[in-house]
Design a protein around this ligand. Structure first.
Ligand code: UD1
Ligand code: UDP
Length: 363
């Protein structure tokens, strides 16, 4: 097999998705380069994932960091153009829907380097979400579109993407979950954070929930009411720290605010939780596979299989407490037995087969 594969990662969800793909391509004997853009840079948002998920050290860290959308994307583009030119890959692999994903796909496309998009075709149909803008553009630029759930195939067909570019491969984030499942220890994670036996986990970081003080107040009001029903463990993404704190989250009775957690500790808490309240994309998927009830504080989801084949339910702030009460009163074995198709822990090897075949024909 000829040709180098260059992976671009930059944020927490990218690391979780890339780990099984990098491992499977390593096993296939592929020449690989791993580029970290530095979009996420705190120890607990970045380094801890490389250690826990056995990701190789990045060959380069571009150190781009935080900024407005325009500034961050512009700096990513400039840094990635230099890196791609120097490394001369045959294929660039990008993950998910973050600014690093868009910048990498655009820089590669302008240099004439083909792009593979892992997690292509998801759509929330809400262009107010920066992720929806990123996904749509990346899918127009990609040559290989690697899809995690069947409805994505229809979305891409309607946007004019040729069918022979699209491959349903399953979900690499679930590969990571199944690989580490035996290391998830809910009792130890609960003890480390002095949580009672019955608790719920909360993660919030979407701009729609945590940037605007009014929206943050509505979310915090709902959460402090929810904490009357059950203790809440809240590993807080740095984005929401200030505004959610000012809205009264920190110090509310029954609300255990903590720093972002490493992958194993976070998934340990989720596995042992009576329910999860979130606006995360990845957490909707992980709770579906673990069978933990998930209440998503959003009006849309780009991951409808987590509702139809899983434990997810969309709720507004005013619906949260009744929905949580109902969830906590419901026997845990009422969830559907079959998860989404191909969420079986083998997405990484499927992607590696498609990529190596592509390299054999094109590189
Ligand atoms: C990004 C993605 C989002 C994804 C999320 C996963 C975009 C547009 N958004 O959102 O889709 O769901 O990552 O977590 O790419 N910060 C730190 N330390 C860090 C990283 C960020 O303190 O290591 C703070 C900074 O104040 C920064 C803010 O968080 O301004 C937002 O970071 P950014 O990477 O721009 O977006 P996220 O909200 O993390
Ligand atoms: N995660 C973690 N620690 C945390 C919160 C999240 O390890 O404190 C993991 C979890 O696997 C999740 C992934 O990071 O699915 C991505 O998280 P995030 O919600 O930040 O991103 P999104 O999936 O919404 O883009």
């Amino acid at each position: 097999m000829n040709g180098r594969v260059l992976h671009v990662v930059g944020t927490r969800p990218n690391f979780v998705k890339a780990a099984p793909v990098v491992a499977a391509l390593r096993d296939a004997g592929c020449d690989q380069v791993l580029v970290h853009t530095g979009q996420h840079y705190d120890e607990r948002m970045s380094d801890i994932f490389f250690r826990q998920l056995a990701l190789p050290r990045p060959d380069t860290d571009l150190g781009v960091g935080s900024g407005s959308h325009a500034r961050q994307t512009a700096e990513l583009l400039i840094a990635l153009e230099g890196e791609l030119t120097a490394r001369n890959p045959a294929l660039v692999v990008v993950y998910g829907d973050v600014n690093s994903t868009l910048a990498a796909a655009l820089a590669a496309a302008k240099l004439g380097i083909p792009v593979a998009h892992v997690e292509a075709g998801l759509r929330s149909f809400d262009m107010a979400m920066p992720e929806e803008v990123n996904r749509r553009l990346v899918d127009q630029l990609a040559e290989l579109l690697l899809v995690t759930s069947p409805e994505a195939i229809g979305h891409l067909a309607r946007e004019g993407v040729p069918a022979d570019r699209v491959h349903l491969v399953g979900n690499p984030m679930i590969d990571t979950l199944l690989t580490h499942l035996d290391h998830f220890d809910p009792a130890a994670a609960r003890a480390a954070h002095a949580l009672p036996e019955r608790y719920a986990v909360v993660t919030l970081h979407r701009p729609a929930n945590v940037d605007d003080p009014e929206a943050a107040r509505a979310a915090v009001h709902a959460l402090t009411e929810a904490a009357r029903l059950i203790d809440l463990a809240v590993p807080l993404h740095p984005r929401g720290r200030a505004v959610l704190g000012e809205a009264g989250l920190t110090g509310a009775p029954g609300v255990h605010v903590m720093d972002p957690l490493g992958y194993v500790e976070f998934m340990s808490l989720v596995r042992g939780a009576a329910a999860v309240i979130t606006d995360s994309g990845g957490v909707q998927e992980e709770t579906t596979v673990l069978g933990v009830p998930c209440l998503t504080l959003r009006t849309t989801t780009e991951r409808p299989v987590t509702v139809t084949h899983g434990t997810n339910r969309l709720v507004g702030p005013s619906e949260l407490v009744p929905a949580l009460r109902k969830t906590l009163d419901t026997a845990p074995d009422t969830r559907p037995s079959e998860g989404p198709p191909l969420w079986d822990g083998k997405a990484g090897p499927r992607i590696a087969r498609i990529v190596t075949r592509w390299l054999d024909h094109h590189a």
